[in-house]
Design a protein around this ligand. Sequence first.
Ligand code: F6R
Length: 610
Amino acid sequence: MCGIVGFTGRREASPVLLEGLRRLEYRGYDSAGLITGTGNELHLRKKAGRLAELTKAVAAHPAPGCYGISHTRWATHGGATDRNAHPHLDGTNTIAVVHNGVIENFAPLKHQLRSAGVQFRSDTDTEVLAHLIGHYYVGDLVAAVRQALTLVKGTYGIAVMSRAEPGLIVGARLGSPLVLGVGDGGTFLASDANALAGYADKVVYLSDRQLCVLNGDDWELRAQDLSPVTASVHDIAHFLADGDAEKGEFPHFMLKEIYEQPETLANAMRGRLDDADSTAHFGGLNLSPQQLRQIDRVILTACGTSYHAGLVGEYLFEELARMPVEVEYASEFRYRNPPMDRGTVVLAVTQSGETADTLAALRESKRMGHTTLAICNTVGSTIAREADGGVYLHAGPEIGVASTKAFTSQVAVMTMLAVYFGRTRHLSSIQGQRIIEELRALPDVVRRTLGCHDHVKRVAAKYADARNVLYLGRQYLYPAALEGALKLKEISYIHAEGYPAAEMKHGPIALVDESTPSVFLVPRGNVFDKVMSNMQEIKARGGPVIAIASEGDAEVAAVADDVIPIPDVPEYLQPIVVAIPLQLLAYEIALLCGCDVDKPRNLAKSVTVE
Ligand code: F6R
């Protein structure tokens, strides 16, 4: 959730660190800090608040030196204050540490250190690590880091330096991502390869319990016992395009990412639609047709928006592949012990590929001997590397904290997977071909759907002062309603609930009054008449209705207070098309509420703590 950037080489470190942090600010933005070294002197700057505060502090008091480490924080232990910002130092101000993750046994360790006379300067779990490393330090930072880590329970991605070993940076990971970069005038360390675009040409992903040692142009990878490890080096250009991490002409990343969806959907499908066999195919699933045929149950596991995509996946797999599917919150699934037989495949859905709960669910399933697959956006991420097989979204980096383009691509990939599985079962080639053609038309349909933006703006202006909003849909559009509500609440802080429309009368309809608008997802389809009745129930109780409906639908217009028109598509594609006005509505309302849509309060991208 936090961001780490380190650099050692032949240029000033602080501009590299600040630029790297800028690109990672979406991962954590309640405070930031850096430390650089010259000779045996360290220069520490840290500030609560956004990165701009740190940038100002460094401009006022430059931090010289050609090596350094830095951090943007998302608070876990201790409030967002200057004092709690990273880096943290040991008692002799020799060792500096930045840390992502959580040291779970920090309380007993802190108690022991205090009993030995150590004075703490912050409320963080990380400071414990700085003192522990300091305790073991006798001139060999690598050895001291290794020894300190043997005492630690929890998760970490860390970067450490010592003023007694100028130029040296040690990194280590367990459960929190870390990537080493090799390039322009030195070596780099980061929690996310995005920070290194334009600086590093090559990257090496650390695995859990590995350490890395950087010094100028030299670097090496070590196992936990410090034995050397042969690194697999990847070309960074392979997965980061220039400008991906920039907003371009858009005022926010979120809006840019909403508008990218025609392209990202096309990328998700590129090379995967197979007209000859009326199916889809995937390079990385690593399943033979025989293995595929033996799968008799799919468990989809994910968090947040990816969980909602998984819920759409349940409908898709059931309808198109006639397969039993369950969808589980990864945070629950990881601690349950559900009976799973041999034919069960566990499919993790994740944009970042680093979500701690999803990773743990995947590992637990692997440990039990199940085949694990991943639908993932981030190339080289931990889940992408650890799953037995998977499908990349190819949506490019998603920087806005609210997930948008990843959701629609996840659903598109699951549609293709359902066709692929279905074609080994009951789905006829005619049905397969029809779906392929409908999928192929989807990017253009989504481009046309973006034309609803002006309608959405008008609706947003009318309802931006609502304090509660309901999102209602049925069948494929029930998960879409959950996702619409999540988008609104996370970026505008307006309370929103998604519900299956017919469930309202079993309780939540009590919430309906003139000040509580309901967003109805009601394009034409099998349950259209049913949803219309549900809409009437809300109208009868004085609730304002915003309908997202098929273009030109007079029946809906006669009942709803406001209509946002969308093009008609088959029902199984409606969650993708409906997502566009839902994302835009949340965006426009959040703007009117004066919220920072790309960096909503209390949130950060990529939840790498439990
Ligand atoms: C909401 C959002 C989160 C993520 C969730 C899972 O807009 O972005 O709910 O969907 O934290 O993240 P990934 O998909 O990276 O596993």
